[in-house]
Ligand binder design. Structure first.
Ligand code: ADP
Ligand code: MG
Length: 720
């Protein structure tokens, strides 16, 4: 009987091409057709109702029941006209994926379709089936979802989806969206105050986000024939292919036809959902690709990224493909990230990270730039923790992704501007002087980055008019890291405002006051700035000398959530209370432990039930062969050497798997979750994963190709 691997390989060869057709020639003809956005609202609601919804969107004011009733009725009419039968609240529990609970519009008693305002605004899914980090045992089990009118309602697979937050009955956040929305208020308050030093007309500052999403695509049949990919999202075994990414010919190379069809298909669906995807290309590793939309207001951008991942998963199915969002599905080839491009934009239309020709605006630009650098310096551990996950641990610091050391890259131009500003600290500014000129900030040239001067090794880089946080994992929900970034920037801006006011209070002119504070902040946060090669060993040494943290794994990185300062920071900005931080910490630890546990089990299972039996069969063949040769009086020493090699590796696999199982058993009894997570890191993952893999991968090279049970790397990465 052919192995699952051989059946899968045969299947790949016989796949028909899937035809993809756009609903219209121009994207603008179908963009957003599955979205009940502001345009639809404007068209279908009475002006007074529309105004109330807009107020809720802009100021977060509550929607009264009469307004909700009107909106629900309009949404229902729109949805029914598109053949939609069900509705659901769509939310982002801390499982990492999105959740839905579908209800039918059809009311059997009344014999017609109904959708009440109350059903639009609030629902009560069973909170007990989602991670809650102990919130549930302290309080009530019930949780509810509440409509977030700032993110558009959409249709997904004939279901009307209403974006919502998800909170416990007592109001604690059980999702990603709630803290993100609260962080928007925090950064808005702090940023508006600073902006008003420069322009009294600014009333609102909103973060924007553009997510570059990396992913792998492999054939669905090959995926299904690898239990480790199915269970853990990554291959725990597999020898490097003869042709890896040494050639680097994949990057920006031509996209294979099947994958291209898939991309075109999901882009069409994304456009219907109002997701502004715009770029597609190959990534560095074979089988790896990237999609990026045009940036949007951050809450929408996060929702769109989550939705896009779901969508890609569904569309891939149709093409006989599987998308891998795991940070490191294949050892030895590059992993995947989710570059979060972030900036702050005012309601007057100014991107606060855009250098300008106007000296006054440049001072404002520098104020926000310096505040962000300082925020990353002061809270680098929090930023590091916000991207911690079992999957991302394989990527960070693996000489192909940003290191686990958080640093900021500014580029040559800005570095010299900040150095100048710091150096000119003693220049006396007389009345009538052009201060900007004297300080060297009257003109900051537009920063145009080409591919050579954009430092790709930095986890947090300034890229012209935005910061790019590159250390985020490809499977992560961006809301976590983005809420963190918003809060830490809010914190520094708030402190900055106080410091500026103090300077002004002591008689300094406003501009001088600002510059004095900037100088101090530049000096204080200098250590976090790094322009060199983030992948190098020298940087690790240099960073240690500078006192920067290098938290290489999740178990360690999450400790920062236990600090008093962290809890105070989040509650000071009204983003999360102590209980919520504690819950999140537990959930992240739990998730980490579970993932390592699953990988460890899959490893044991594959090793003992697939690899070793195959290796033994092969070993027996070799023994027969060696005996046969001996019988003929031939030299069988080479055969015997191979038999010894195979035996040695079989023995290594067996003994290490057994010892690993013992280690797990011991750790599962550990009650303290922090200790359990650290134990899983050291005593399971670090102690055994590499050893077992090494032996299995050696066996893959020794055992004859035909009987090897697992789909090989070259097959997964190159066959399409
Ligand atoms: P790359 O970094 O690969 O060169 P781009 O420069 O095209 O990519 O931009 C990457 C992402 O950054 C895109 O999603 C883009 O829309 C987004 N982006 C551009 N300007 C901003 C901004 N001001 N704020 C947030 N995101 C932005
Ligand atoms: Mg980029």
């Amino acid at each position: 009987m052919a192995t699952l691997r051989q059946q899968a390989l045969a299947m790949v060869q016989s796949r028909p091409r899937v035809k993809v057709e756009a609903p219209a020639l121009k994207i603008s003809d179908f963009f957003g057709t599955n979205v009940f956005g502001l345009n639809q609202m404007k068209q279908s609601l009475a002006p007074s109702v529309y105004k109330k919804v807009m107020e809720a969107v802009d100021k977060g004011s509550k929607i009264d029941s009469a307004t909700a009733e009107e909106v629900a009725s309009a949404v229902k009419t729109w949805a029914l006209s598109k053949g939609v039968t069900h509705y659901t609240h769509w939310f982002q529990p801390l499982t990492g994926s999105t959740a839905e609970k579908h209800d039918s519009f059809f009311d059997a008693h009344a014999g017609l379709e109904k959708f009440k305002g109350s059903a639009l605004v609030q629902q009560e899914p069973d909170a007990s089936s989602f991670p809650n980090g102990g919130i549930r045992s302290t309080f009530e089990a019930r949780g509810y979802t509440a409509w977030d009118p700032s993110s558009p309602i959409f249709i997904f697979e004939k279901t009307l989806c209403i974006p919502t937050i998800f909170v416990s009955y007592t109001g604690e956040a059980l999702d990603y969206k709630t803290p993100l929305l609260k962080s928007l208020e925090a950064v808005n308050d702090a940023a508006v105050a600073i902006c008003q030093l420069f322009d009294r007309n600014v009333r609102k500052v909103s973060p924007s986000l553009g997510v570059e999403q990396e992913y792998f695509v492999i054939d669905k049949a090959l995926f299904s024939a690898r239990p480790d990919l199915v269970m853990a999202g990554r291959s725990v075994f597999g020898h490097n292919p003869a042709r890896g990414q040494q050639l680097e010919d994949h990057y920006f190379g031509s996209i294979p036809t099947r994958v291209k069809d898939f991309m075109v298909d999901f882009e069409i669906e994304a456009h219907k959902l109002g997701i502004p995807v715009s770029t597609r290309h190959n990534e560095v590793a074979p089988g790896q690709f990237e999609v990026a939309p045009v940036f949007e207001e951050i809450n929408k951008a996060v929702d769109h990224n989550q939705l896009l991942m779901d969508l890609m998963d569904k569309v891939a199915e149709k093409h006989g493909l599987k998308v891998l969002f795991h940070e490191k599905p294949f050892a030895g080839v590059n992993g995947s990230g989710k570059h979060n491009n972030w900036s702050l934009i005012t309601d007057t239309g100014v991107n606060l990270f855009q250098p300008s020709n106007s000296a006054r605006e440049n001072l404002q630009f520098l104020t926000f730039l310096v505040a962000t650098v300082k925020a990353v310096y002061d809270h680098s551990d929090l930023l590091r923790a916000s991207i911690a996950s079992a999957g991302n641990d394989f990527r960070l610091g693996a000489n192909e992704a940003p290191p686990a050391i958080i640093s900021v890259f500014l580029g040559e131009t800005l570095t010299s501007v900040l150095d100048e500003l710091e150096k000119n600290g003693n220049i006396k500014i007389e009345k009538g002087d052009n201060m900007y000129m004297k300080l060297g900030i009257s003109k900051i040239p537009e920063i145009i980055l080409d591919n050579t001067d954009r430092n790709r090794t930095s986890p947090f880089a300034f890229t012209g008019n935005k910061f790019e946080f590159r250390a985020v994992g490809s499977s992560a929900n961006s809301a976590g890291p983005m809420a963190t970034l918003n809060v830490i920037v809010a914190e520094v801006l708030r402190q900055m405002m106080k410091d500026i006011e103090k300077e002004i209070g002591s008689g300094k002119e406003k501009k001088i006051a600002i510059v004095n504070v900037l100088r101090k902040y530049i000096k204080d946060s200098k250590k976090i700035r790094f322009e060199g090669d983030g992948y190098s060993e020298e940087w690790e040494k240099e960073a240690a000398k500078r006192g920067l943290s290098n938290l290489k794994n999740t178990a360690e990185a999450l400790d920062v959530y236990m600090k008093k300062e962290t809890k105070e920071l989040y509650s000071r900005h009204n983003v999360m209370n102590e209980l919520e931080i504690h819950a999140r910490h537990e959930i992240m630890l739990e998730d980490f432990i579970k993932k390592v546990q699953i990988e460890s089990r899959v490893m044991g299972d594959l090793a003992l039930n697939h690899v070793i039996p195959t290796a033994i069969l092969y070993q027996n063949k070799l023994i027969e062969n060696a005996n046969g040769m001996k019988g003929l009086g031939l030299d069988n020493s080479a055969a015997i050497e191979t038999i010894k090699d195979v035996s040695r590796h079989i023995e290594a696999v067996k003994s290490n798997v057994n010892a690993m199982i013992d280690a797990r058993r011991k750790l599962n009894k550990e009650e303290d979750i922090v200790k359990r997570a650290k134990g899983y890191q050291k005593e399971v993952k670090e102690a055994f994963f590499d050893k077992i893999r090494y032996a299995v991968d050696k066996l893959e090279l020794l055992v004859d190709d035909e009987s090897w049970p697992l789909v090989k790397y070259r097959e997964m990465l190159f066959i399409r």
